[in-house]
Design a protein around this ligand. Sequence first.
Ligand code: SAH
Ligand code: SF4
Length: 398
Amino acid sequence: MNFALGPGNVEDLPPALDATTRQPPQTDSVAETESVFRERDDGLKTNLLGLNRKAMEDYFRSIGDKPFRAAQLLQWIHQRGIDDFAAMTNLGKPLRAYLAEHCEIRPPEIVQSQLAADGVRKWVLQVDANNRIETVFIPEEGRGTLCVSSQVGCALGCPFCSTAQQGFNRNLSVAEIIGQLWVAQRELGAERRITNVVLMGMGEPLLNFDNVIAATELMMDDFSYCLSKRRVTLSTSGVVPALDRLAQVSDVSLAVSLHAPDDTLRDELVPINRKYPIKELLAACKRYIGKDARRKVTIEYVLLEGINDSPAHARALAKLLANVPSKVNLIPFNPFPNSRYRCSSLETIARFSEIVQLAGIITTTRKTRGVDIDAACGQLVGRVSDKSKRHFRLQATA
Ligand code: SAH
Ligand code: SF4
């Protein structure tokens, strides 16, 4: 186990995990584990996995104990990956017994684990009887990025996104969001560290605001995952009022899914643009960055053949971003069954990149990873019990 250790005395902690609860990383390409989700009958227990520092302190106050217990619990849970209160040896025995009776540490259950040819891992996680989400780990030289989901499905209906085609069911809880890190870190074991987190999995994080904020606080807490704000990136399709709220409470790195340089095209590709058009969105980006000259917003731009990938689009994009402290991340489109778009050619991508670059904007092209296990951007589907019935609306309007 190699959970990042934050400050605090952890020398006296026992070795993290025992062989019965901790599996080594799967080495086969697909490992289907128990796929029947067990509804728990002890639903009254408090799931401590979902409590950030403040909520944990409040919990200990509420049971008449000291708030400093919060730091101890966070270390056991998130840094050591422990889910057994009996193993928490720096807590007194009566407290351990109390916690075992009233609390639990319950992550989402892994129902499938896949390893791509390029080392990308994808886990399908069961979050309740009807719903599954997906989490992806992308190893790179010197770093490991976990792509985390924030909702079961997504209601925003971007036509090039596979998650959208699933419809939307519900927001993920804090435990289900941070639980993706907890599970991934446990599965990856000591040899692979999660150094970066991107909220770029299923869902629109700003539409699950409070839970996403609490989870990102845990990601950055010195007693939990201890990631710096530069290493936690929230990607949004542009929910402007929530972006302004985000600026008040957080300083995570920001990525914005622009995908089009004008409102007519963006209205079609990112339908929330009809509510919050480009001008308002970019103004909110600038407000988010504030006066910090070192910060930049990452502008995501998926390249769709013949739709948004011409030199004229590239020039318009560069013009649009001239006064926005930003860098551009071009994303080759990842196809999925029945998708109506195609990925731009390598030449088109290179030409687009060069035009934006020559305008003085740092431009990178995202490497497509994990495509053989449907783990690339926009390919995550999980299994969504669509309460919004968006799935049927989409079919009806197709
Ligand atoms: N809802 C948020 C975060 C999740 S989507 C958002 O839209 O930003 C993460 C990124 O994947 C977004 O930039 C999204 O536009 C992109 N994406 C979605 N579908 C894709 C696809 N099929 N191919 C490539 N990128 C895609
Ligand atoms: Fe939702 Fe993002 Fe997919 Fe659009 S791209 S449907 S906002 S997850």
